[in-house]
Design a protein around this ligand. Structure first.
Ligand code: IMP
Ligand code: MG
Length: 182
């Protein structure tokens, strides 16, 4: 593959062609469901930035975008439900049709916090879209209006997803060699 990062990868889990197909499918579904509306897509930085960029180009209704950045507190595997806003929206979403665009639904802690926060701002509607879903790790129940690809309980990187801020620029979603994070 001629990619220096591939030495840290044990396997390609979701190749770019499959991701592209899925993004097209979700974009078409959103375009159908929001016909005649102008939804606002809100993406959670940084993991969802590539998905957001590809998704909006597959949406055929007018839409606007905004970005939020949050960080989860809690050490190691313990997710306390404490989430801090690093960057809030620039847009007033009251009365808007909001779609949250996430890279991956893992425990659901981040999304459940975001849903509560955004719902309090009285949007006309609020839907959640996640490109990847790791069902084995769910702690909080999140209803996904648009769900992409289910992945096993392994740590994945690429297509925006990172380990220690690296590997986001891998075009395929890959499983990292365990020795990299051990
Ligand atoms: P949650 O609050 O546990 O659902 O955390 C979701 C966030 O954790 C995602 O938006 C990702 O940024 C990150 N995350 C969860 N699983 C993975 C993974 O396998 N690889 C990279 N990042 C992940
Ligand atoms: Mg993220």
């Amino acid at each position: 593959m001629g990619n220096e990062m591939m030495k840290d990868i044990s396997s390609v889990l979701v190749p770019r062609e499959e991701i592209e197909k899925e993004v097209k499918r979700i974009g078409a579904a959103i375009s159908r469901d929001y016909a005649g509306k102008t939804p606002i897509l809100i993406s959670v930085l940084k993991g969802a930035f590539i998905f957001m960029a590809d998704l909006v180009r597959n949406i055929t209704v007018p839409c606007t975008l905004d970005f939020m950045s949050v960080s989860s507190y809690g050490k190691g595997t313990k997710t306390s439900g404490q989430v801090q806003i690093i960057k809030d929206l620039d847009t007033n979403i009251e009365g808007r049709d909001v779609i949250i665009v996430e890279d991956i639904l893992d425990s659901g802690v981040t999304l459940s916090y975001l849903i509560r926060l955004l719902q309090a701002r009285r949007p006309a509607s609020l839907a959640v879209c996640a490109l990847f879903d790791k069902p084995a790790r769910h702690k909080v129940e999140i209803r996904l209006a648009y769900k992409g690809i289910e992945v096993p309980n392994e740590f994945i990187v690429g297509y925006g997803l990172d380990y220690a801020e690296k590997y986001r620029n891998l075009p395929d979603v890959c499983v990292l060699k365990p020795e990299i994070y051990e």
